[in-house]
Design a binder for this molecule. Structure first.
Ligand SMILES: Cc1ncc(COP(=O)(O)O)c(C=O)c1O
Length: 356
C-alpha cells in the first residue's frame, strides 16, 4: 500500500517536474512574449485553446488552406460542440465581412501548410481587437518562435506543434498554447460566470483566466499532458532551435534559387524569393524565408530527389542524360578492353608455336 502510494507520488512528481521544466524553458525560449503556457500534445493544443474560448452556438472564422488535420478537428470535433467554422481568405477585408455577433475566434496559420501563404498578422490582430474576438495563430511554421512570434504582432493566442523544430530530432510529439496579457477576456461570458470554485475568473485571475481555463479543460479534464521525458527532450532541442532553423532556412533558400525555373519543376513556392506571393508579408513577419519550400514536380518523387540532390551538391543525378552518357562511355571502354584482351590472347596462342 505504502509502496503503491510512493510510486504514485513519484509519478506525479515526475509529471509536475516535466511540465515545470517545459513551462520554464518555453517561457524563456519559445514564449519570451507570453504570460502563459500550457504543454499539450500535437493538435490538442488547438483544441484546448478553442475549448477555452468557445461555447455551443459560437462561430470561428478560419483561413482557407489550413493544415488538413486542423480542418478535420474543426469539421469533426468542434461541430460536435455546435460550433460553426467559416472559411475565408485570410485577408483582413474577407475576415471582417465574415465576422458575426457569434464569432469568438479568428484562426490563421503564420505560414499556411501547405499553401505557404503568410497572412498580415498585424492587420488581423487590430481587426480582431476592434471586434472583441481573439486572434488565434497556429505558429507551427513559425518554428517555436525562431522564425515568428505572433504575440508580438498583437495575436491573443498562439498554438503550435513542438513536434517539428522544437525538438529537432523527430523524437517528440508535443504542442503548446501561449497567450498574452489582454483585456479581451472580459468579452467572454465564460470568464464572467462563477467557475467550479465559485470564483468569477475575470475578477479573480484577470489576464490569467484564459490560460487557467486551458489548464482546467485541456490538461486536467481531458488529460492533454506532455510526458516528462518529452519535456526533457524538448529542453535539449530548444537550446539549438534558432541555429538549426537559420541553417535550414539557408538550405531552403539555396535549393529554391536553384530549382526555380528548373525544367523538371512545374511550379515552386518559397516565401523568401522576391517574386513569391507570400514575400511581402514574409519579409515583415518572418526572420528569414523559412525552412520550407514546396514544388510541383514533373517527375516521380524518386527521380525528383536526384535533381534536388544535384541542385544541392552539384553531383551528377542518377537518371539524367549526362549520367547515361557517362555510363555508356564507361561500358564501351570496358567492352573494348575485353575485346583487346581476347585478341591479345589469340595472337599469343596463334604465334606461340612459331617462336617455341
Ligand atoms: C500548421 C500545422 N499545425 C499543426 C500541425 C500538427 O502538429 P503535430 O504533428 O504536432 O500534431 C502541423 C503538422 O504538420 C502543421 O503543419
Amino acid at each position: 500500500m505504502a509502496e503503491g502510494a510512493a510510486r504514485l507520488s513519484l509519478a506525479v512528481a515526475l509529471l509536475v517536474l516535466g511540465l515545470k521544466a517545459l513551462a520554464y524553458l518555453l517561457t524563456g525560449s519559445v514564449a519570451l512574449l507570453s504570460d502563459a503556457l500550457e504543454s499539450l500534445v500535437n493538435v490538442a493544443a488547438a483544441l484546448a485553446a478553442l475549448l477555452a474560448l468557445l461555447r455551443p452556438g459560437d462561430e470561428v472564422v478560419a483561413a482557407k488552406g489550413l493544415f488538413g488535420q486542423t480542418i478535420g478537428l474543426f469539421g469533426q470535433v468542434l461541430s460536435l460542440m455546435g460550433v460553426t467554422v467559416r472559411y475565408v481568405d485570410p485577408e483582413p477585408e474577407a475576415v471582417r465581412e465574415a465576422l458575426s455577433a457569434k464569432t469568438r475566434a479568428v484562426f490563421v496559420e503564420t505560414v499556411a501548410n501547405p499553401a505557404l501563404l503568410v497572412p498580415d498578422l498585424e492587420a488581423l490582430a487590430t481587426l480582431a481587437e476592434e471586434a472583441g474576438v481573439a486572434l488565434v495563430v497556429d505558429n507551427t511554421f513559425g518554428a517555436a518562435g525562431a522564425l515568428c512570434r505572433p504575440l508580438a504582432w498583437g495575436a491573443h493566442v498562439v498554438v503550435e506543434s513542438l513536434t517539428k523544430w522544437a525538438s529537432g530530432h523527430g523524437s517528440v510529439l508535443g504542442g503548446a498554447v501561449l497567450s498574452r496579457e489582454t483585456e479581451l477576456w472580459r468579452n467572454y461570458p465564460q470568464f464572467l460566470q462563477p467557475d467550479l470554485k465559485g470564483q468569477i475568473p475575470w475578477e479573480a485571475l484577470r489576464a490569467r483566466c484564459f490560460p487557467e481555463r486551458v489548464r482546467t479543460l485541456g490538461l486536467s479534464l481531458c488529460g492533454m499532458a506532455l510526458s516528462p521525458f518529452n519535456a526533457y527532450l524538448l529542453f535539449q532541442g530548444l537550446e539549438t532551435v534558432a541555429l538549426r532553423v537559420a541553417r535550414m532556412s539557408e538550405t531552403a533558400r539555396f535549393l529554391a534559387e536553384r530549382l526555380q525555373g528548373h525544367p523538371k519543376v512545374k511550379a515552386l513556392r518559397y516565401p523568401g524569393l522576391p517574386e513569391d506571393p507570400a514575400h511581402r508579408n514574409a519579409r515583415k513577419y518572418l526572420a528569414s524565408g523559412g525552412p520550407i519550400l514546396t514544388l510541383d514536380p514533373r517527375e516521380t518523387i524518386a527521380t525528383m530527389t536526384s535533381y534536388i540532390v544535384q541542385a544541392a551538391t552539384g553531383d551528377q543525378p542518377t537518371g539524367s542524360t549526362a549520367y547515361y552518357a557517362l555510363f555508356a562511355v564507361g561500358f564501351t571502354l570496358f567492352l573494348l578492353t575485353l575485346f583487346l584482351n581476347i585478341l591479345a590472347q589469340y595472337v599469343v596462342e596463334r604465334y606461340r608455336e612459331r617462336y617455341e
